[in-house]
Write a protein that binds this ligand. Structure first.
Ligand code: MG
Length: 291
Protein backbone atom coordinates (compact mmCIF):
# COMPACT_ATOMS: atom_id res chain seq x y z
CA UNK A 1 0.00 0.00 0.00
CA UNK A 2 1.25 3.45 -0.87
CA UNK A 3 1.95 5.72 2.10
CA UNK A 4 0.26 9.13 2.02
CA UNK A 5 2.63 12.09 1.65
CA UNK A 6 1.82 15.20 3.69
CA UNK A 7 2.61 18.67 2.37
CA UNK A 8 4.09 21.09 4.86
CA UNK A 9 4.52 24.71 3.81
CA UNK A 10 8.00 25.97 4.75
CA UNK A 11 7.81 29.23 6.75
CA UNK A 12 4.22 29.38 5.46
CA UNK A 13 4.94 29.17 1.74
CA UNK A 14 8.15 31.16 1.29
CA UNK A 15 8.14 30.76 -2.48
CA UNK A 16 4.77 32.51 -2.72
CA UNK A 17 4.22 34.74 0.32
CA UNK A 18 6.40 36.59 2.89
CA UNK A 19 7.91 34.02 5.26
CA UNK A 20 6.84 33.63 8.88
CA UNK A 21 4.06 36.24 8.72
CA UNK A 22 0.36 36.00 9.61
CA UNK A 23 -0.46 37.05 6.06
CA UNK A 24 1.76 34.32 4.64
CA UNK A 25 0.41 31.59 6.93
CA UNK A 26 -3.20 32.48 6.10
CA UNK A 27 -2.47 32.40 2.37
CA UNK A 28 -0.50 29.13 2.65
CA UNK A 29 -3.26 27.40 4.62
CA UNK A 30 -5.80 28.57 2.03
CA UNK A 31 -3.95 26.37 -0.49
CA UNK A 32 -5.38 23.36 1.36
CA UNK A 33 -2.09 21.90 2.61
CA UNK A 34 -1.59 19.61 5.61
CA UNK A 35 0.50 21.87 7.86
CA UNK A 36 2.67 24.98 7.97
CA UNK A 37 6.19 25.05 9.33
CA UNK A 38 7.44 28.08 11.25
CA UNK A 39 10.48 29.15 13.28
CA UNK A 40 10.42 30.59 16.78
CA UNK A 41 12.62 32.64 19.10
CA UNK A 42 12.27 34.30 22.49
CA UNK A 43 12.31 38.09 22.85
CA UNK A 44 13.95 40.03 25.70
CA UNK A 45 10.62 39.90 27.57
CA UNK A 46 10.30 36.14 26.94
CA UNK A 47 7.53 36.25 24.33
CA UNK A 48 7.65 33.53 21.67
CA UNK A 49 7.82 35.22 18.27
CA UNK A 50 7.90 33.72 14.79
CA UNK A 51 11.10 34.43 12.90
CA UNK A 52 13.92 32.41 11.40
CA UNK A 53 16.92 34.52 12.32
CA UNK A 54 18.58 35.36 15.65
CA UNK A 55 18.80 39.02 14.50
CA UNK A 56 16.47 41.04 12.24
CA UNK A 57 17.11 39.94 8.65
CA UNK A 58 18.37 42.78 6.41
CA UNK A 59 17.08 40.89 3.35
CA UNK A 60 13.49 41.49 4.35
CA UNK A 61 13.23 44.08 7.14
CA UNK A 62 12.35 47.79 6.89
CA UNK A 63 11.97 50.32 9.68
CA UNK A 64 8.99 52.63 10.27
CA UNK A 65 10.37 55.06 7.69
CA UNK A 66 10.51 52.32 5.06
CA UNK A 67 14.33 52.17 5.12
CA UNK A 68 15.96 48.74 4.70
CA UNK A 69 17.94 47.67 7.75
CA UNK A 70 21.68 47.31 7.34
CA UNK A 71 23.81 44.75 9.20
CA UNK A 72 24.54 44.54 12.05
CA UNK A 73 20.86 44.48 12.98
CA UNK A 74 19.28 44.17 16.44
CA UNK A 75 19.17 40.71 17.99
CA UNK A 76 15.70 39.30 18.69
CA UNK A 77 16.81 38.31 22.18
CA UNK A 78 17.48 42.00 22.96
CA UNK A 79 14.21 43.36 21.54
CA UNK A 80 10.89 43.45 23.35
CA UNK A 81 7.84 41.93 21.65
CA UNK A 82 6.17 45.34 21.49
CA UNK A 83 9.18 46.72 19.59
CA UNK A 84 8.65 44.30 16.72
CA UNK A 85 5.60 46.13 15.34
CA UNK A 86 8.05 48.83 14.23
CA UNK A 87 9.49 46.51 11.58
CA UNK A 88 7.93 45.57 8.26
CA UNK A 89 8.90 42.10 6.96
CA UNK A 90 6.32 41.90 4.18
CA UNK A 91 8.63 42.28 1.19
CA UNK A 92 12.03 40.97 0.06
CA UNK A 93 14.71 43.59 -0.44
CA UNK A 94 15.05 44.06 -4.21
CA UNK A 95 18.43 43.32 -5.74
CA UNK A 96 19.55 40.88 -3.04
CA UNK A 97 20.66 37.32 -3.72
CA UNK A 98 17.96 36.22 -1.28
CA UNK A 99 15.18 37.93 -3.23
CA UNK A 100 16.45 36.28 -6.44
CA UNK A 101 15.77 32.87 -4.86
CA UNK A 102 12.03 33.63 -4.54
CA UNK A 103 11.00 35.52 -7.69
CA UNK A 104 7.35 34.44 -7.26
CA UNK A 105 6.96 35.72 -3.71
CA UNK A 106 4.18 38.33 -3.67
CA UNK A 107 4.68 41.05 -1.04
CA UNK A 108 2.36 41.95 1.82
CA UNK A 109 3.55 45.41 2.84
CA UNK A 110 2.93 46.11 6.52
CA UNK A 111 3.36 42.49 7.64
CA UNK A 112 5.16 42.27 11.00
CA UNK A 113 7.01 39.56 12.90
CA UNK A 114 4.06 37.87 14.66
CA UNK A 115 3.83 36.27 18.08
CA UNK A 116 3.35 32.50 18.17
CA UNK A 117 0.14 33.15 20.07
CA UNK A 118 -1.29 35.13 17.14
CA UNK A 119 -0.24 32.47 14.62
CA UNK A 120 -1.78 29.60 16.58
CA UNK A 121 -5.04 31.57 16.91
CA UNK A 122 -5.13 32.19 13.16
CA UNK A 123 -6.68 28.82 12.36
CA UNK A 124 -8.33 26.58 14.94
CA UNK A 125 -7.97 23.43 12.82
CA UNK A 126 -4.56 23.83 11.19
CA UNK A 127 -1.50 21.74 12.02
CA UNK A 128 1.70 23.61 12.88
CA UNK A 129 5.30 22.39 12.80
CA UNK A 130 7.24 24.63 15.18
CA UNK A 131 11.01 24.77 14.84
CA UNK A 132 12.90 25.86 17.97
CA UNK A 133 15.65 28.15 16.71
CA UNK A 134 18.24 27.70 19.43
CA UNK A 135 21.99 27.83 18.85
CA UNK A 136 23.78 25.59 21.36
CA UNK A 137 27.18 26.66 20.03
CA UNK A 138 26.45 30.30 20.84
CA UNK A 139 25.03 30.35 24.38
CA UNK A 140 23.29 33.62 25.23
CA UNK A 141 22.60 34.54 21.59
CA UNK A 142 19.31 32.64 21.75
CA UNK A 143 17.28 31.10 24.54
CA UNK A 144 18.26 27.54 25.51
CA UNK A 145 16.40 24.61 23.96
CA UNK A 146 14.47 23.64 27.11
CA UNK A 147 13.63 27.29 27.87
CA UNK A 148 12.19 27.91 24.39
CA UNK A 149 10.42 24.52 24.37
CA UNK A 150 8.66 25.37 27.65
CA UNK A 151 7.59 28.78 26.36
CA UNK A 152 6.26 27.26 23.12
CA UNK A 153 4.23 24.67 25.01
CA UNK A 154 2.79 27.31 27.33
CA UNK A 155 1.61 29.20 24.25
CA UNK A 156 0.28 26.06 22.54
CA UNK A 157 -1.59 25.03 25.70
CA UNK A 158 -3.08 28.54 26.12
CA UNK A 159 -4.39 28.46 22.55
CA UNK A 160 -5.62 24.82 22.68
CA UNK A 161 -3.23 24.02 19.84
CA UNK A 162 -1.05 21.39 21.53
CA UNK A 163 -2.70 18.37 19.85
CA UNK A 164 -2.10 20.05 16.47
CA UNK A 165 1.58 20.97 16.86
CA UNK A 166 4.83 19.18 16.14
CA UNK A 167 7.92 20.61 17.84
CA UNK A 168 11.34 20.16 16.24
CA UNK A 169 14.91 21.44 16.34
CA UNK A 170 18.43 20.83 15.09
CA UNK A 171 19.44 21.43 18.71
CA UNK A 172 17.99 18.26 20.24
CA UNK A 173 17.91 19.67 23.78
CA UNK A 174 14.49 21.27 23.26
CA UNK A 175 12.68 18.23 21.78
CA UNK A 176 14.44 15.94 24.31
CA UNK A 177 13.19 18.13 27.17
CA UNK A 178 9.63 17.77 25.86
CA UNK A 179 10.02 14.01 25.39
CA UNK A 180 10.75 13.79 29.12
CA UNK A 181 8.23 16.34 30.39
CA UNK A 182 5.43 16.32 27.80
CA UNK A 183 5.03 12.88 26.22
CA UNK A 184 1.77 14.11 24.63
CA UNK A 185 3.66 16.38 22.21
CA UNK A 186 4.58 15.15 18.73
CA UNK A 187 8.28 15.65 18.06
CA UNK A 188 10.51 15.80 15.00
CA UNK A 189 14.30 15.58 14.97
CA UNK A 190 15.98 17.82 12.41
CA UNK A 191 19.33 16.87 10.92
CA UNK A 192 21.72 18.25 8.34
CA UNK A 193 25.31 17.32 7.51
CA UNK A 194 26.80 19.98 9.79
CA UNK A 195 24.80 18.96 12.88
CA UNK A 196 25.51 15.26 12.32
CA UNK A 197 29.22 16.02 11.98
CA UNK A 198 29.16 18.18 15.13
CA UNK A 199 26.69 16.06 17.09
CA UNK A 200 28.59 16.73 20.30
CA UNK A 201 27.33 20.31 20.09
CA UNK A 202 23.88 19.76 18.53
CA UNK A 203 22.79 16.47 20.14
CA UNK A 204 24.36 16.98 23.56
CA UNK A 205 25.35 13.41 24.38
CA UNK A 206 24.84 10.77 21.71
CA UNK A 207 26.93 10.80 18.53
CA UNK A 208 26.36 8.87 15.28
CA UNK A 209 29.19 6.44 16.12
CA UNK A 210 27.05 5.20 19.04
CA UNK A 211 24.60 3.92 16.39
CA UNK A 212 27.04 2.54 13.84
CA UNK A 213 26.87 5.91 12.05
CA UNK A 214 23.09 5.59 11.56
CA UNK A 215 21.17 8.84 12.00
CA UNK A 216 17.75 7.12 11.90
CA UNK A 217 18.84 4.87 14.78
CA UNK A 218 19.89 7.96 16.77
CA UNK A 219 16.45 9.51 16.15
CA UNK A 220 14.70 6.27 17.14
CA UNK A 221 16.73 6.19 20.38
CA UNK A 222 15.34 9.67 21.22
CA UNK A 223 11.82 8.30 20.81
CA UNK A 224 10.94 9.60 17.31
CA UNK A 225 8.39 9.63 15.80
CA UNK A 226 9.60 11.90 12.99
CA UNK A 227 13.01 12.22 11.35
CA UNK A 228 13.35 15.50 9.42
CA UNK A 229 16.56 15.32 7.36
CA UNK A 230 17.97 17.65 4.73
CA UNK A 231 16.64 16.04 1.54
CA UNK A 232 20.13 16.21 0.02
CA UNK A 233 21.34 13.70 2.65
CA UNK A 234 18.55 11.21 2.06
CA UNK A 235 18.70 7.92 0.14
CA UNK A 236 16.05 5.31 -0.59
CA UNK A 237 17.91 2.93 1.75
CA UNK A 238 17.77 5.48 4.60
CA UNK A 239 14.03 5.95 4.10
CA UNK A 240 13.57 2.18 4.31
CA UNK A 241 15.82 1.95 7.39
CA UNK A 242 13.88 4.72 9.16
CA UNK A 243 10.54 3.09 8.31
CA UNK A 244 11.79 -0.26 9.63
CA UNK A 245 12.57 1.54 12.91
CA UNK A 246 8.99 2.84 13.02
CA UNK A 247 9.92 6.43 12.11
CA UNK A 248 8.22 8.79 9.71
CA UNK A 249 10.55 10.58 7.29
CA UNK A 250 9.78 14.20 6.41
CA UNK A 251 12.65 15.85 4.48
CA UNK A 252 13.16 19.59 3.89
CA UNK A 253 13.30 21.89 1.90
CA UNK A 254 12.14 20.29 -1.33
CA UNK A 255 11.29 22.78 -4.06
CA UNK A 256 12.32 21.07 -7.31
CA UNK A 257 9.58 18.97 -8.96
CA UNK A 258 12.05 16.20 -9.89
CA UNK A 259 13.19 15.95 -6.25
CA UNK A 260 9.56 15.88 -5.10
CA UNK A 261 8.73 13.01 -7.46
CA UNK A 262 11.84 11.02 -6.47
CA UNK A 263 11.21 11.41 -2.73
CA UNK A 264 7.53 10.50 -3.08
CA UNK A 265 8.68 7.40 -4.98
CA UNK A 266 10.90 6.48 -2.05
CA UNK A 267 7.84 6.64 0.21
CA UNK A 268 8.62 9.69 2.36
CA UNK A 269 5.80 10.63 4.74
CA UNK A 270 5.84 14.33 3.95
CA UNK A 271 7.63 17.11 2.13
CA UNK A 272 8.57 20.47 3.64
CA UNK A 273 8.52 22.93 0.76
CA UNK A 274 8.55 26.62 -0.13
CA UNK A 275 6.20 25.71 -3.01
CA UNK A 276 3.30 23.76 -1.49
CA UNK A 277 1.23 24.61 -4.56
CA UNK A 278 3.67 22.68 -6.74
CA UNK A 279 3.94 19.79 -4.23
CA UNK A 280 0.16 19.52 -4.04
CA UNK A 281 -0.14 19.01 -7.77
CA UNK A 282 2.66 16.40 -7.77
CA UNK A 283 1.29 14.46 -4.78
CA UNK A 284 -2.17 14.43 -6.36
CA UNK A 285 -0.66 13.12 -9.60
CA UNK A 286 1.50 10.49 -7.81
CA UNK A 287 -1.49 9.09 -5.91
CA UNK A 288 -3.70 8.94 -9.00
CA UNK A 289 -4.55 5.48 -10.38
CA UNK A 290 -2.71 4.30 -13.52
CA UNK A 291 -3.80 6.18 -16.58
MG1 MG B 1 12.47 26.10 9.96
Amino acid sequence: MKRPCAIIGHRGARGLFPENTLEGFAAALALGIDAVELDVALTADDVVVVTHDPALNPNLTRDTHGAWLEAPTPSLRLLRAADLSAYDVGRLRPGTAYSALYPNQSPRDGACIPTLDAVLRLDRLAQFVIELKTLPGEPGRTASGPELAEAVLATADATDATPRVTVEGFDWRGPRHLHRTRPDVRLAWLTRAETVRDAATWWDGPVPADFGGSVPRAVAAEGGPVWAPDHNDLTHALVDEAHALGLQVIPWTVNDPADMRRLIGWGVDGLVTDRPDRARAIVADASAPYR
